[in-house]
Design a binder for this molecule. Structure first.
Ligand code: 4AD
Ligand code: MG
Length: 445
């Protein structure tokens, strides 16, 4: 039953196929390579569920169809053993569109050296997170990663299809973008450097160079709180557009989010089914999204169990949940008090206490998944804001150049991939939305 790799290479017949291709080989003899996911036996039959990354296939080993030694040996193969199964492809008797293998041979590539720690029984979250490198093999995690992949592909297709230029932002940065309270500081050849919180400031340079620019990469926040929405390392896509105002920004954000959701519904139905996702809200998430001001959001809070809410309060997860629950699709909240926001926002001309910013809150209690707005384009006002936020002026000199040399109105936003995956998949926590999450108390595996 064992084989070394040179033996495997020599065997060219029958052809090696992946499980996702089985429908094209009905009636043919083929070989699958993968891992044992599950096994059932009943007297004359072994049912091996084999997974190969592209899918899971039931391989039926009939006592009369193989040698007695092989039948006996197959009965002892353990979960996650790597193996090769040869047999004839047949459509499942009852499940149309599902294909199985009538096995004629089974070869173990490598047996497990210990019992696989993740069994079909329930495990605690910490245990599963400690075994994340193995947990990724399970059906639900597999489905989530595939939805994430579809979202990321849609992100790129959307901007590439609208003539945006990809402008990669750096990871090591000399200055903060989103406040100094959650910066990861590192030693950069003797000088302090920060892991990027956002590529935005660089995208503003990109917008001046290319008109429409975007970056997509990992960003870092030393979040001190444990919540279901915060990671220390998360992926963000950030478009920035020259001569676009806040209204244009809101329109771009809603078209973008609807595009992503539409793509997942189009290409990842099977995975959403595995996740038991009710897709009705996703299907409804088409533009226009309702738009409310921050002041209107405060009113919603006051009328819905938060009588203490008042102008000037920032929203946490609870408040966002109450607000977003009032709407049947994502809602855009705009014009927050300037004091609550980062230094770079433009002021509303009709009320200079308000920022020309917007957040998109996902429904079903998920809250903010997009944050952005129109940027301050006056050199003097931007200098004053940097001082007011007690940020070191020298570190921002390069950024101020963007206002010195042909300043221009512009706007953009950032969408967090993990919060989007959480909402679209209907997951209770962001820890399952990224293959290897980094959180307050987790750096491994
Ligand atoms: O609202 P944020 O902080 O905005 C910015 O960083 C802007 N500079 C973006 C821009 O305008 N170019 O973050 C944007 C999004 C949030 O809406 C959220 O989806 C995600 O990034 N995000 C996080 N996701 C997971 N864990 C965290 N700790 C996150 N912090 C922000
Ligand atoms: Mg935000």
């Amino acid at each position: 039953m064992t084989a070394n790799s040179s033996e495997l290479e020599k065997e060219s017949n029958p052809s090696i196929v992946s499980i996702s291709e089985l429908s094209r080989h009905v009636g043919e003899a083929v070989t699958l390579r993968g891992w044992l996911y599950n096994k059932r036996s009943s007297g004359k039959l072994h049912f091996l569920e084999v997974r190969d990354g592209s899918g899971i296939c039931q391989c039926v080993v009939f006592k009369g169809g193989v040698s007695p030694e092989l039948f006996e040996a197959v009965g002892h193969v353990q979960q996650e053993t790597s193996l090769e199964v040869t047999g004839t492809v047949a459509e499942h008797g009852k499940l149309k569109g599902t294909f199985e293998l009538q096995a004629t041979n089974v070869r173990v590539i490598n047996a497990v050296s210990r019992e696989y720690p993740i069994s079909p029984k329930e495990h605690g979250t910490d245990f599963l997170m400690d075994h994340r490198h193995l947990w990724l093999r399970s059906k639900r995690q597999h489905a989530i990663v595939r939805v994430r992949h579809a979202i990321i592909k849609a992100v790129r297709d959307f901007f590439d299809g609208r003539d945006f230029t990809l402008v990669d932002a750096p990871i090591f940065t000399p200055n903060a973008c989103e406040g100094t309270s959650n910066l990861f500081e590192t030693d950069y050849h003797g000088d302090p450097a920060y892991l990027t919180q956002s590529g935005q400031l660089y995208m503003e340079a990109g917008a001046a160079a290319f008109g429409k620019a975007y970056c997509f990469g990992p960003t870092f926040r030393a979040e001190k709180s444990k919540t279901r929405r915060h990671l220390a390392e998360f992926w963000m896509v950030e478009p920035e557009v020259a001569f676009m105002d806040l209204d244009g920004d809101m329109k771009l954000a809603e078209e973008f989010l609807a595009f992503i959701v539409g793509r997942v519904l189009e290409t990842r139905r099977e995975e959403l089914k595995v996740l038991e996702r009710d897709t009705t809200v996703l299907e409804r998430s088409v533009p226009p999204f309702p738009r409310i001001t921050y002041a209107e959001a405060i009113k919603i809070l006051q009328e819905n169990g938060h009588p203490e809410a008042k102008i000037g309060d920032d929203f946490g997860g609870d408040e966002e949940t109450v607000i977003s629950n009032k709407f049947d699709r994502p809602v855009i909240v705009h014009r927050y008090p300037l004091d609550l926001k980062a230094f770079y926002f433009a002021k509303d001309a009709t009320d200079p206490k308000l920022a020309l910013n917007m957040d998109v809150l996902a429904p079903e209690g998920y809250g903010e998944i997009i944050g952005g707005g129109q940027r301050e384009d006056s050199l003097e006002r931007l200098e004053a804001a940097i001082d007011a936020h007690k940020l070191p002026r020298e570190a921002f000199e390069w950024y101020l150049d963007l206002r010195r040399y042909g300043s221009f109105p512009h706007a953009g936003f950032g969408l967090g991939i993990e919060r989007s995956v959480a909402w679209i998949c209907g997951l209770p926590h962001v820890r399952e939305t990224i293959p290897f999450p980094r959180m307050l108390n987790r750096l491994a595996p």
